[in-house]
Design a protein around this ligand. Sequence first.
Ligand code: ATP
Ligand code: MG
Ligand code: MG
Length: 546
Amino acid sequence: MSEHKDFLRTIVEKDLKSGKYKEIVTRFPPEPNGFPHIGHAKSIAINFGIASDYNGHCNLRMDDTNPTTEDTKYVEALKGAVEWLGFEWNGNVRFTSDYFHKIYDYAIQLIKMDKAYIDSINEEEMREFRGTVTQAGKRSKYAQRSIEENLDLFKRMKNGEFKDGEHVLRAKIDMSAANMKMRDPLLYRIRHSHHFRAGNEWSIYPMYDFAHCLSDYIEGVSHSICTLEFENNRDVYNWVLDTLGLKVNRPYQHEFARLGINYTVMSKRKLLELVEGGLVSGWDDPRLPTIAGYKRRGYTPESILNFCDSVGIAKANSMVDVAQLEFCIRDDLNTKVPRVLSVLNPLKVTIENYDGSEEIDAPYYPHDVPKDGMRKLPFSKEIYIERDDFMETPLKGYFRLTPDQGVRLRHAYIITCKEVVKDSNGEIIEIKAEYYPESKSGAEDTSGIKVKSAIQWVSAAEAKKVEVRVYDRLFKDEAPEGLEDVNPDSLRIIKNALIEPAVITNRPDERFQFERQGYFYADPIDYTDELPVFNKIVGLKDSWGK
Ligand code: ATP
Ligand code: MG
Ligand code: MG
């Protein structure tokens, strides 16, 4: 459990202590109309986290009351996200649609109590009659219908006798309530559409305000935790349960601040636009803030949960810097993954005074990572280094290879530049170099030569060719509005990168630190033996804006 108790846990503890509940039951109630994003991870972490901290249960409930946008593939994605984050839901996955009959019966009960009526005004009148914050609304004339007429119409709505929009069922509360949500909220609407689970059984579907509180009650939820935008719905939540007399072990709603991260959008609707508009490769595109995207990119569940924890649970909305998430994944991988050598933009180096070949024993992990593991690094006369690691006319403060400055090849020898070979366009195509035999890395270095920097390299004959995908932020705007703010350069594909052979043949891990380049993940879909593909998870340090 987090060291500092958040306000939700404070409430839970108080409710346990007072005996209000014997057991804590929470739920994560997504609508299956898109893939879950990191905002959902936050809600998952809170709901499952609280249940587990207090030996309770957390249900996974698909809030499937809107047949036109929902689908089984989203149910699967939501289940997958909860599992990947390491949580187990209580019993079977639940569906609001499983409760449609019960919810319908509660509606009948409200009508019989004269607490709900069939309204038949059009949408425009509905809006007009609702009034404004400063002006009371007024009730439609249909509110005077008799209980018998309401019952009859409601049953006929259910039987599919009316068209979409012809009638609605509304709660009879107060058209002049200060809380606009209490102005006779809609409980049911007509929708002639196929439901992915209920099929064509229903022509009417309950609204969120009616279905949610009742589903919570039916499941024995104690704490119904939702985001702040539902604050005003809380009165309706309580009204429904109180009016129906559902007192015993009834749930209460508590709101927390929605997670927002800069440089991204976090709504399933907007994410769907990106996916359907072909701006990304799918719901699992590594640039998306979806759980599937983070997973494919190489984020670990731990890093996502640590991030959610570091953000805390607030009562006011705020924007979190994406750098905080990047810190969490870097921090997690730092203590876990092997360090290997790769060259993304190769420049050939021929070491003229080296003959033959050798294998250098090199540890996968630095001293401060308590893990063991070695691999053999083949070394030979022909190697590749990173093009950026040589400068013919160095800038001030450049510590890598230049015509006058030697450099250490990581785990291997110090080399110096003897000749720069160029093609007819003046582009550098090769460096002819020499090495110091006594300069081999570690205890064997008796050369006494000092250089200011070590660079990565691979042996030409043994290096493996790989594809590397480097991602930048999907949006160029800190607070993107939509598709028009998409960063056109958010994906760079490097086709001819080279990597030391152990990464491919020994596969010591799926995630690596490519030394000096960043953290990378073997793409779980596109990686093949013929063409290994690696996704850049995150850079080694926050280089944004520099
Ligand atoms: P979206 O607009 O992305 O569809 P939503 O709130 O409609 O989000 P639901 O599927 O209804 O998504 O949400 C399931 C649960 O996840 C809800 O309890 C909701 O409050 C929570 N949730 C969704 N987005 C966030 C977020 N950004 N931060 C915290 N919790 C969130
Ligand atoms: Mg929702
Ligand atoms: Mg939504």
